[in-house]
Design a protein around this ligand. Sequence first.
Ligand code: MSP
Length: 641
Amino acid sequence: MKNKFYITTPIYYPSDNLHIGHAYTTVIADALARYHRQIGDDTYFLTGTDEHGQKIQRRAEAAGKTPQQFVDEIVSGIRDLWDLLQISNDDFIRTTESRHEERVQRIFQRLYDQGDIYKSEYEGLYCTPCETFWLERQVVDGKCPDCGREVEKVKEESYFFKLSKYADRLLAHIEAHPEFIQPVSRKNEMINNFIKPGLEDLCVSRTTFSWGIKVPFDPKHVVYVWLDALTNYITALGYPDEPDLFNRYWPADAHLVGKEIVRFHTIIWPIILMALDLPLPKQVYGHGWLVLDGGKMSKSKGNVVDPVVLVDKYGVDAIRYYLLREVPFGADGTYSEDALILRINTDLANDLGNLLHRSLSMIEKFAGGIVPTPHNYEELDEALIQEAKTALAKVMGHMEKLETSDAVSAIFSLVGKANKYIDEAAPWALNKQGKKERLATVLYTMAEVIRITSVLLVPFLVETPERIWQQLGLSGKPTDQLLTEATQWGQFPAGTKVRKGAPIFPRIEVEKEEKTEKKTDQAAPARAEKDETKAEITIDEFAKIDLRVAQVLAAEKVEGADKLLRLTVKLGGEERQIVAGIAKYYSPAELIGKEIVVVANLKPVKLRGVLSQGMLLAASQGDKLAVLTPDRSVGDGAQVR
Ligand code: MSP
């Protein structure tokens, strides 16, 4: 029996073109959908646009267009953007489509008929950009607590939805299903800030503007835009009149939403579903924001980053990779083009691209371009085969928890291990020594680990896996088999002729950047001598350093080097080895279990022949040295900023 998997993104306001922050949500949802297809789940992935409401009506008026003309143009750009990013959604729902409007009217009518909606008068505050009602006690100095903009006073006849009637049931559900709101911090926020202080009935219709779905029995009212929008997750499946898709996919397995709209999805939405007697979504995941220099991206601040420009400049997979990898899911992350370029150059060009390129070059040079038949696997090969299995297990574990960043990082840890394998197996030396059988095994192992890597990358990157596959000379596609089948070791057909092409990710050369760095380097010694501080750097330069919390799993002295300790640390999804010159100050036992701070993106080096994948931070003065640790536990992988 196949499992089913129904995943949604929020439906986006077509009030402006979308930016990289919106692309972030959609790319993550896409990776999850692709992953579930790859493991054989009956998957359905929905996205769309939230087109009604006062905000859109005002924007259209300002642009001198009818609301419909206005949204049609922007929605067409949104569809183009998703095509560009190769988003694999099964449906795209627009709330202005009649299939949606009619179903919303039926739902509204039913809630009214059963007494869950009643007529009264609303007097209170409203934030139009967020389309949110606020109580006096919730606003901060007359401003919306979510977006910080002025709220407006509104007084109008309205229909109300009895949220209060369902508050206890909702609380009981949230408490009985700890997985319902993720991450857990958001669950506590919902309970303590919104549910426990008391839920007021919600105003669900407006009369002071007309751009919305008409209340069927009282057409001077339009349905409140959030009620209209939230129901898209079921109207798109045909609820209530065409139940086939609905019965097949509801309840949603994951609603992916930004942190500021978790509240709508974990309070209003479940209560609508309870009132309709429908099962609740299994999980609402509130992710963090992609911010720019400390602030959220927004058109009004003039600091938006256009994903179309970035895809044109760097390619779809580079952008997808960056979005999926850079920010640990749930946390906020800072976008910078420097960090993007760094990711492309280090992970994609240096690590992955180079793994493929050097492997194919060696297969060409030492085996005439034909992948040889392997002989006996030795310990070194077995260790890499085991790493490939571990990477698969980690990817699956993380994807179950929606942790795309950790999943991608587990794949790149395998890439790192494969590069290290080549260094250690040294095919060039085997060739020189005429060790033909051993050489054949090593070359085969290289080709096979790359094949498996390309299969693991399928949910995340949309062009690269196939390009790797082509260069490997393989027939078929990396998407042809299920994940667990395709990653079984030994399927690479020996005798295949490889087809080395251009590097899959050319390095991005940033001349201007390098020049600035050089200048800084030259200036540094003079200043440093004078006041022992270093030359000034920009925040972007600082942002290139990926500081992370890691947990020490094991520590031991490095033989023959009395200053060095070899630490095995856990960092996000992976284990790393770090060599540190602290043996004089710390015994290995003192360090085990500690959370420490490491530079995670430092180019690996060998110290006394031992590989060090990063550097730990320590403060020192005179003969004192102290390893830096966070003053309370934050978990490995946490960013240090
Ligand atoms: N229309 C509502 C959602 C209705 S769902 C039933 C809405 N639309 S939105 O266009 O403003 O935002 C859509 C999603 O984009 C939200 O989840 C929001 O968090 C996300 N993002 C908008 N800016 C973002 C960043 N800068 N970073 C990450 N996500 C961002 O809210």
